[in-house]
Design a protein around this ligand. Sequence first.
Ligand code: APR
Length: 234
Amino acid sequence: MYGDIVILSGAGISAESGIPTFRDSDGLWNNHRIEDVATIEAYERHPEQVHDFYNGLKIDLQKALPNPAHLAITELQNGYRNGTVSVVTQNVDLLHEKAGNRNIYHIHGQIDQAVCMNCGRITDARGEVTTETLCAGCGMAATLKPNIVFFGENLLRMIEVDALLDKCRLLIAVGTSGAVYPANTFARIARYHGADTIEFNLHATVNSYDFDRHVIGRAGETFPRFVKELSAEK
Ligand code: APR
């Protein structure tokens, strides 16, 4: 039996809810250049284009519903008695919240927030944000950026996440390609501190060697089955 569990989720867990991933054939990064919509340079060069991209993505993400993989996390969090179950997600959608998951750490930010580049205030941004939108903190216009970590920016909540990785005894990666640093080092860090590691994906990934066990298949099927197995262990 394990102690604390960390679930590291990627776009693959949301793919089961109809949200495109980033690097699969129909992925977001195959239809948009990262350097056009996901870098600070892009935001400074053409903020309107960056706002348009995320305003459009926001509509799709907010329509999506959690799938059995998200719901299985809530089941695990409700039933697991040997420690805490934390969700460290690279996803900016809110499907973990919609599924009732707790202890969620959005390390790449979240689609329903904006951050002011002038005063740093993070505000609710469920609606459309443009260069005309005023910051609720300092009242300035053209200073709001989606509260999404762009390439080259620091991740969010990493002090707390580092502590989780040190302490957990099981790290489970669900639906991530392992393409992006530093999330792709979390399994190695957890293993260094004595955790078992399991990877749930459609196929092997670039950092599969960091995992003790590989569960191949669609997360909406494989992960609920795993939660049932774990719950049966006494
Ligand atoms: N079940 C399980 N795994 C799946 C499923 C599914 N139904 N569908 C896709 N996958 C897997 C793919 O095989 C792939 O390994 O999910 C992974 C998605 O990989 P990416 O598109 O690279 O997404 P992710 O790993 O979350 O990307 C990390 O990169 O661009 C940045 O900030 C962005 O958070 C993102 C980060």
